[in-house]
Write a protein that binds this ligand. Structure first.
Ligand SMILES: *Cc1c(COP(=O)(O)O)cnc(C)c1O
Length: 221
C-alpha cells in the first residue's frame, strides 16, 4: 500500500513542468483534500456543484477550484462566487449564465470549451464546427467577466489506446489551429485539459497542459 504522499510524488514525477495537475476530489472527504493541500497542492477539481459548494467553505481559500463536470445553468450560482476554471462549457446559454453570476460576484471566471471527441452519445461537448465558430466569434463584450482559456475533452471509455490517442490528437490539432488562427486570443488561450488516471500518459504525449487525476491519487472511488 502506497501513501498519498508517495502517489502524489509519483504522478508529479511523470508530469512535464508545463502540465498542471488537477486533483479530482469528487466524493472525497474534506480531510482527504486537506491532506493533499498540506503536501502543497492547490488545484482541485469537482463534478457536482452542490458537493463543491458544501466543501469549499471548509477548506483553505487559496485552493483553485476547477469545475470539471457537466454544469447545468441552474447550478452556476452555487460555484460562481469562487470557482477558478470551468472546464466543460458547451453552450452560449451556459456562458451567459456564467457571465451573469460572475458579474454579480464581481469577479472573473476562466472557461474551457468542451469538444465532443468520444465515440459515445453520453459524453457532452460541442461538435468541431460549432466549437470553432464559438472561438472565432468569441464576443468579449458579451462576456466581459469570462476568460476563454482553452479547450477540454474526454476520450472514449475504452481499453483501445490507439483510439484514445487518436481522439486526443483531434483535440490537440484543433487547439493548435485555433491558437494560430486567433493571435488576439492566443495569449490567454493556453490550456488544453485532457487526460485522466487511465490515459494521462497518452494525453501528455498529445500535448495536454492540464490533467485531471482522481483514482491514481486518492485510490478507487
Ligand atoms: C472523475 C473525472 C476525472 C478523474 O477520473 P480518474 O479516472 O479518477 O482519474 C477526470 N475528469 C472528469 C471530467 C471526471 O469526471
Amino acid at each position: 500500500m502506497s501513501t498519498l504522499a508517495e502517489r502524489y510524488a509519483s504522478i508529479r514525477s511523470q508530469l512535464p513542468p508545463h502540465v498542471t495537475l488537477v486533483a479530482v476530489s469528487k466524493t472525497r472527504t474534506v480531510e482527504e483534500i486537506r491532506a493533499l493541500y498540506d503536501l502543497g497542492h492547490r488545484d482541485f477539481g469537482e463534478n457536482y456543484p452542490q458537493e463543491l459548494k458544501d466543501k469549499q467553505p471548509q477548506l483553505p481559500s487559496d485552493i483553485r477550484w476547477h469545475f470539471i463536470g457537466h454544469l447545468q445553468t441552474n447550478k452556476v450560482k452555487y460555484i460562481a462566487p469562487f470557482v477558478h476554471l470551468v472546464h466543460a462549457v458547451d453552450s452560449e446559454r451556459l456562458l451567459d449564465e456564467l457571465e451573469k453570476r460572475a458579474a454579480a460576484a464581481k469577479r472573473s471566471i476562466g472557461v474551457l470549451l468542451q469538444l465532443h471527441i468520444a465515440d459515445e452519445d453520453s459524453k457532452h461537448g460541442l461538435a468541431k464546427s460549432a466549437l470553432r465558430s464559438m472561438v472565432e466569434g468569441w464576443d468579449q463584450q458579451r462576456w466581459p467577466k469570462l476568460k476563454l482559456n482553452g479547450l477540454m475533452g474526454m476520450a472514449t471509455f475504452t481499453d483501445d489506446r490507439e483510439q484514445i490517442a487518436k481522439e486526443f490528437a483531434t483535440l490537440a490539432d484543433l487547439f493548435r489551429s485555433l491558437r494560430e488562427a486567433q493571435p488576439a486570443l492566443a495569449g490567454k488561450f493556453t490550456e488544453l485539459s485532457m487526460g485522466m488516471s487511465s490515459d494521462m500518459d497518452l494525453a501528455i504525449e498529445a500535448g495536454s497542459t492540464m490533467v485531471r487525476i482522481g483514482t491514481s491519487l486518492f485510490g478507487e472511488r
